[in-house]
Ligand binder design. Structure first.
Ligand code: URP
Ligand code: ZN
Ligand code: ZN
Ligand code: ZN
Length: 476
C-alpha cells in the first residue's frame, strides 16, 4: 500500500544510530524506513536535513494557577503552539493539587483546561501537595492506574512543600503503585531564614533571589530526598538540578546502586546569577528555582549530560509576563524578590539551545541529543514504544531539523504567551523547520499550521525505571 506521507532523503537520527533513509508514514504511524520508498500522497524533501524523533518535554507548567494573583502566561493553546514551534511533539505538564482539593478534582480541572486546545500530545504528572488519607489511600493509586504514572513533590514553597514524614508517606505509595516520583529539592527553612536576613539588610532586588538559595540549600535537600528514597526503596527523579554539589550527590547515589535519576534544564547550562542583576526589576526575568548559578555549575551540568548522570533535559517552562502586575514585575509593596513568581519560559528554545551549545560545539553527540531531549523522556515516563523514537510501529512524531540554519533567539519570533525570553539575542545554529505529530504536519517551514485539538491525552504506562531494587529499610 502507499503512504500518507513520505519524508525523503533526510538523515534519520535515533538514540542509537544515524542513517540515511526515507520515512514512510501511514495512519499516523511510522510504516516503513528504507531507501527509495514508493511515492506517498504527500512528500517532504528532507535533503540536507536531520530527521529526529520529536522532542518530549517532560517538565513544563502550563495554565497552572498559583495561590496568589499571578497568572501564567501560557494556556494549553499557546503553550503547545510554542512547544511545537520548538520541535516538540509531546509535553508532560502538571496537574497541581491545591491544599484542601482532591487529587481527582485537580486532574479534572487540568483536563478541562487542555481539552480541545492542544496542538501536540500531552500527559499529566500529578503534583501532590495534600497527602491526606484520601489522596494516599485512594486517589493516588487509582490515578496511577489511569495512566498518571508519575508525580512531583516539593520540599519548598509555602503552598506546596511536604515535610519529611509526608515525603516518606508519598514515596511509600509510589513504591507500592510503581509510580515515578519527581522531587523539587531545596531546603524550605534555610531559604526562609536566608530571605528574612536579606530583607532585614535591605537586599530585596531580584539578584538576591539567588543569594537566598545557594547551592548547599539544594545539595542538602537532594541528599535528604536520596536518603528517603533509599529507606523506602523507591526510585526518584531529582528535577531541575542546577549545581555541581547536587550533581555530585546524584552520582554518589548512583554509584551505590540506588535508582536516583536526574534532570537539568537550559537555564543551568547558559544562564548565571549575573543575569539576575538588571536595572530595576529586569533581573526578575531570570528568577527561577533553583536559580542559575556560576560557570562552574554550568560545567558540572554539562558534564552530567555528557556522562549520563542526567537522564533527561527538560525546559521547566514556567512562563510569566514581565510587564504585568500579574507577572514578574511586581508593583507597590510586593517588589521584593520573595514576591516574584518563580519560573521562566523555555519550551520553544530548549532544543535549539542544546543543539547549538551542545551538539554544534561538540559537548554531546547527536545520539545523546536525541536521548536527552526525547527518547529518555519516553522511557522514563511510560511512553516507550509509542513515543521518542523513529521505528516502524511508533507514532509518527518527528522534527525535521536544519542543522546549519543560524539565527538568534528573538522574542518576536517565539510563540509563547510571555512578553520576553531570557535568551534574547543568543546566537543559535540549528533549528527545527517542520514538525509532525502522529503524521499530521503541525509546523511547516517554521510556520505553525497545526490545529487545536490535534493533540491527544496520553495515558502512560508504568515506568520500568520506577521498579524498586528490592532492598528496603522499611520495617514490616
Ligand atoms: O522556578 C521554577 N522552577 N518554577 C517552576 C516550578 C518548579 O519548581 O518547577
Ligand atoms: Zn520544581
Ligand atoms: Zn517546574
Ligand atoms: Zn489532527
Amino acid at each position: 500500500d502507499s503512504f500518507d506521507l513520505v519524508i525523503r532523503g533526510g538523515t534519520v537520527v535515533t538514540a542509537s544510530e544515524t542513517s540515511r533513509c526515507d520515512v514512510g508514514i501511514r495512519d499516523g504511524r511510522i510504516a516503513a524506513l528504507a531507501d527509495r520508498l514508493p511515492t506517498g500522497s504527500r512528500e517532504i524533501d528532507a535533503g540536507g536535513r536531520l530527521v529526529l524523533p520529536g522532542g518530549i518535554d517532560s517538565h513544563v507548567h502550563i495554565d497552572q494557577p498559583s495561590g496568589d494573583e499571578t497568572v501564567m502566561a501560557d494556556d494549553f493553546l499557546s503553550g503547545t503552539r510554542s512547544a511545537a514551534a520548538g520541535g516538540n511533539t509531546t509535553v508532560i505538564p502538571f496537574a497541581l493539587q491545591h491544599k484542601g482539593q482532591s487529587l481527582r478534582a485537580a486532574v479534572s480541572d487540568y483536563h478541562a483546561r487542555a481539552e480541545g486546545k492542544c496542538l501536540i500530545d500531552y500527559g499529566f504528572h500529578l503534583i501532590v501537595s495534600d497527602p491526606n488519607e484520601q489522596t494516599l489511600g485512594q486517589d493516588l493509586p487509582a490515578l496511577v492506574n489511569d495512566g498518571y504514572t508519575s508525580f512531583k513533590v516539593f520540599m519548598t514553597y509555602d503552598d506546596l512543600k511536604l515535610n519529611d514524614r509526608e515525603m516518606l508517606e508519598v514515596f511509600d505509595v509510589a513504591r507500592r503503585e510503581g509510580a515515578l516520583v519527581m522531587v523539587h529539592a531545596e531546603n524550605y527553612d534555610a531559604i526562609r531564614y536566608m530571605t528574612e536576613r536579606l530583607e532585614r539588610a535591605g537586599h530585596t532586588e531580584p539578584y538576591f533571589h539567588g543569594t537566598s538559595r545557594p547551592a548547599p540549600v539544594e545539595r542538602e535537600a537532594t541528599h535528604r530526598a536520596i536518603t528517603f528514597a533509599e529507606l523506602v526503596d523507591v526510585p526518584i527523579m531529582i528535577v531541575h538540578v542546577s549545581s555541581g554539589d547536587a550533581v555530585e550527590q546524584i552520582r554518589w547515589a548512583q554509584s551505590r546502586g540506588l535508582k536516583i535519576y536526574g534532570e537539568t534544564c537550559p537555564q543551568y547550562l547558559v544562564l548565571t546569577a549575573e543575569d539576575l542583576r538588571g536595572l530595576n526589576m529586569e533581573g526578575a526575568k531570570y528568577v527561577c528555582s533553583p536559580p542559575p548559578r556560576d560557570p562552574e555549575s554550568q560545567d558540572a551540568c554539562w558534564q552530567g549530560l555528557a556522562n549520563g548522570t542526567f537522564t533527561t533535559y527538560s525546559s521547566d517552562h514556567c512562563p510569566f509576563r514581565y510587564d504585568s502586575p500579574a507577572g514578574k514585575k511586581r508593583k507597590g509593596e510586593r517588589t521584593a524578590f520573595r514576591w516574584v513568581p518563580n519560573g521562566i519560559p523555555g519550551v520553544e528554545t530548549r532544543l535549539p539551545i542544546l543543539f547549538s551549545e551542545g551538539v554544534v560545539k561538540g559537548k554531546i553527540d547527536l545520539q545523546q541529543f536525541v536521548a536527552l531531549t526525547s527518547t529518555n523522556h519516553a522511557r522514563m515516563y511510560g511512553l516507550a514504544g509509542r513515543k521518542g523514537t523513529i521505528s516502524v510501529g511508533a507514532d509518527a512524531d518527528i522534527a525535521i531539523w536544519d542543522p546549519e540554519l543560524r539565527r538568534p533567539i528573538r522574542q518576536e519570533n517565539l510563540h509563547h504567551g510571555a512578553d520576553y525570553t531570557p535568551y534574547e539575542g543568543m546566537e543559535i545554529t540549528g533549528w527545527p523547520t517542520t514538525v509532525i505529530v502522529r503524521g499530521g504536519i503541525v509546523v511547516e517551514d517554521g510556520a505553525v499550521v497545526g490545529q487545536p485539538g490535534h493533540g491527544t491525552f496520553l495515558k502512560r504506562d508504568l515506568s520500568p525505571f520506577a521498579k524498586p531494587r528490592g532492598k528496603t529499610w522499611l520495617p514490616g
